[in-house]
Design a protein around this ligand. Structure first.
Ligand code: 5RP
Length: 231
């Protein structure tokens, strides 16, 4: 996705921001443009605060002068703006390409409104070409993997490769929460709701990257402007 398209989507999302809002701040190269824009509004005197969805975004928010909220004290998150790895016609998402899915989902779920900023390359008829991230507790994770495999088979999803995510140097990736990630190379997820429910029921699964019914709108950036899909 071109950086101009990402920036256009983020700039369009900034139009949804109102003075006084508590904002959920997404993670990734698209959300980064939004966080920059929030920093610019604060520099102009707007009273905004942010709930970052990752340590990476937290660092950027601090550098931009965005006051952070303590999630233990916050009553409302008015609007969350975040990227996505895929979105389908029902605005179901795959997220977690940046390994931030757990915090992203906690904040999206609590938000009054969640808007995705993206470009057309993430638009699919059926989710699943992008490997589905599943965040797992390190304890007994080989057993958790077997449970995930079994769940996939129950849904008729055969021979799905499950790969533990690694850092660039080959070491095991740890998320901000101290967990690991299995990427499920599904190809196609024909029954998103059932897979989400089955993954939710596996004890070692901390969270998965299927965001079902959480997005209220998707802003699709392109080289010259944006198109917005609204639920
Ligand atoms: C991070 C995410 C990101 O939102 C997703 O990976 C999209 O990132 P980008 O805007 O860089 O394409 O889910 O966990």
């Amino acid at each position: 996705m071109s950086d101009i398209a990402k920036r256009n989507a983020a700039r369009e999302a900034l139009k949804l921001v109102e003075d006084g809002m508590v904002l959920g701040l997404g993670t990734g190269s698209t959300a980064k443009h939004f966080v920059d824009g929030v920093g610019e509004l604060i520099a102009k005197g707007w009273k905004l605060s942010g709930a970052p969805t990752s340590i990476q975004t937290e660092k950027q928010a601090v550098a931009c002068g965005i006051p952070l909220v303590d999630l233990d004290d916050v009553d409302v998150i008015h609007l969350t703006i975040d990227g996505a790895d895929e979105f389908d016609p029902d605005m179901n998402l795959i997220k977690g390409g940046g390994a931030a899915l757990l915090r992203e989902k906690i904040i999206a779920d609590y938000s009054e409104r969640m808007v995705v900023i993206t470009d057309a390359s993430k638009q699919v008829e059926t989710l699943g070409a992008f490997p589905l991230p599943v965040e797992v507790n390190p304890f007994g994770m080989a057993l958790t993997r077997k449970r995930i495999s079994h769940a996939l088979e129950m849904l008729g999803m055969k021979d799905i490769s499950i790969k533990q995510r690694a850092n660039g140097d080959g070491s095991a990736l740890f998320t901000d929460g101290g967990h690991h990630i299995y990427d499920l190379h599904c190809g196609q997820i024909l029954d998103v709701a059932s897979l989400a429910t089955m993954l939710d029921q596996i004890p070692g699964v901390v969270e998965h990257g299927l965001f079902v019914g959480l997005a209220d709108a998707v802003i699709i950036g392109n080289e010259t402007g944006t198109q917005t899909l609204i639920r």
